[in-house]
Ligand binder design. Structure first.
Ligand code: NAD
Length: 494
């Protein structure tokens, strides 16, 4: 049940968020006592002082994770036990949805509506789904002659590191923690410095659910402190990273400079939304276009910001998308009537506003949006038309609400522009022609292609990127388990 704005504000008033690290089952400060502040992007209000973890804290967390992994109380527990505990985590998250959603909204500037959906529905669903897989993931037996029995075993990889971004803090934590724990790994999680609070609260709920001390550790900190310490740690077996391509690249280097740990990367994108000339411009199409670009204020890795529209449809499309975009309400993220919240920080808003300026300077025509005069770091959903592929706003990931309409003369031209990028995370395609849909979907080099609707898929379908949007690893689906498992062959001569 959705509560009122006043009720969410009342919950916010009662929250006393912890900013402590969670290491070996205990809340603690950083070893050197240093802290940093996390604040509400929509108001500037400081929410908590947060432990600024560095390599000494990461060392402690990894030692705890290794100890418990070697002891086996989680890694070698009956799979049914891991399932039961993770199901309890799902239940506890559901029970605390309002509290967690308000905390997430305060720490990120995201709307309460989105936070309720993510935390009431998605996060517990992840724990539940991977819990159910814990006792349903099998190895294989290879075909051999009678002189041997060859077993192919899946074993937990060991100690995992997880590096999280700020745009979907608790969802990203669940994406990493749930599959890692389902297969028996222990994990050291570094939330983004802008949004550490819900991961810290989740750790407490996981302890209450019966996750043994040391299996989940949360080390808040900055990228060049806690993040780098995780990347370079010699006793971490794999790292699963979600964030920018620039930092993903660093994790490859960290691995090479340390113990060659496995690295799973989920990174940025500049995804196309393609409308072919046979697709009618319906309300549904406009809704998908708007949500693909402006969901979470455009701070979304799979945001469809290059909208490649068949030339004959551009005029109608432009009028209708502007109409739809103007109906978005910006405002207090805790108000259920708000559609779009604040950008994460003033620095990030400045970067996005610079992109908007560059669009104007390069000759694109802004037909909606721009800066707004409100406290916080708000930007109105912005639409440019007459965008050409060479413009900066067409080529670079903006990570803010800036949609560019690029007219295309044919499906071939749309495909060629769509493919002309270093990214390959997502694409949406609208067409009524099944042959064109299949041809384009196969030809687009990206991890997810959604046809006749914008979708990232769901928990059952793998999510990740081609090219510089990802490594070969995938989050979600049964594929996510692969990130956290080793494969062992046991060859028994008979
Ligand atoms: P970011 O790369 O700046 O930060 C991500 C994480 O890396 C943070 O925890 C940060 O502290 C850490 N980090 C930063 N510098 C580091 C360093 N030198 N060493 C080690 N760790 C470091 O990204 P962001 O700004 O938090 O998130 C936005 C980016 O994330 C966008 O590019 C977006 O596309 C991407 N993203 C991708 C997905 C996906 O699933 N593909 C999902 C969400 C976000």
């Amino acid at each position: 049940m959705t509560l009122s704005h006043d009720q969410y504000q009342a919950i916010a008033g009662r929250l006393k968020p912890s900013g402590q690290a969670f290491i070996d089952g205990t809340f603690c400060d950083a070893a050197d006592g240093q802290k940093f502040e996390t604040s509400n992007p929509a108001t500037g209000q400081v929410l908590a002082s947060v432990a600024h973890c560095k390599s000494a804290d990461v060392d402690r967390a990894v030692a705890a994770a290794r100890r418990v992994f070697d002891e086996g109380s989680w890694s070698r527990a009956e799979p049914e036990h891991r399932k039961d505990v993770l199901l309890k985590v799902a239940a506890l998250v559901r029970e605390h949805t309002d509290e967690l959603a308000v905390l997430e909204s305060l720490d990120t500037g995201k709307t309460i509506t989105d936070c309720l959906h993510e935390i009431g529905k998605d996060v517990p669903a992840f724990f539940q789904w991977y819990a159910e897989l814990a006792d349903k993931t099998f190895g294989k037996i290879a075909p051999t002659g009678p002189s041997a029995l060859a077993l192919i075993l899946k074993e937990p990889a060991g100690v995992a590191g997880a590096i999280l971004p700020w745009n979907f803090p608790l969802v990203m934590a669940a994406w990493k923690i749930a599959p890692a724990l389902a297969v028996g790994c222990s994990i050291v999680v570094k939330p983004a410095e802008q949004t550490p609070l819900t991961a810290i609260r989740l750790a407490e709920l996981m302890r209450d659910a019966g996750v043994p001390d040391g299996v989940v550790n949360i080390v808040p900190g900055y990228g060049d402190t806690a993040g780098q310490a995780i990347g370079l740690h010699n006793d971490i077996d794999i790292v699963s990273f979600t964030g920018s391509t620039e930092v993903g690249r660093m994790f490859m280097r960290y691995s090479g400079d340390s113990n060659l740990k496995g690295i799973g990367l989920e990174m940025g994108g500049k995804s196309p939304f393609i409308v072919l000339d046979d697709a009618p411009i319906t309300d549904d199409l406009i809704e998908h276009s708007a949500m693909s670009a402006f969901w979470n204020g455009g701070q979304n890795c799979s945001a469809n910001m290059r909208q490649l529209i068949a030339a004959p449809l551009v005029e109608e499309f432009s009028v209708r998308i502007v109409e739809r975009v103007k109906a978005f309400r910006l405002g207090d993220p805790l108000d259920p009537a708000t559609d779009i919240g604040s950008m994460i920080t003033q620095d990030h808003k400045t970067i996005v506003m610079d992109y908007i300026q560059s669009g104007r300077d390069e000759g694109a025509q802004m037909i909606a949006g721009g800066d707004v005069d409100m406290p916080g770091h708000f930007i109105a959903p912005t639409v440019f038309q007459n965008v050409t592929p060479g413009m900066k706003i067409a080529g670079e990931e903006i990570f803010g609400p800036v949609l560019g309409i690029i007219p295309v003369k044919s499906a071939e031209e749309a495909l060629s522009i769509a493919c002309d990028t270093d990214y390959g995370l997502h694409a949406t395609l609208f067409t009524r022609d099944i042959d064109r849909a299949i041809h384009m979907a196969r030809a687009l080099p990206c991890g997810t292609v959604s046809v006749n609707g914008f979708s990232e898929g769901d928990i059952k379908t793998p999510f990740g990127g081609y090219k510089q949007s990802g490594s070969l690893s995938r989050d979600n689906g049964t594929e996510a388990l692969e990130q956290y498992m080793q494969t062992k062959t046991i060859w028994i001569s008979t």
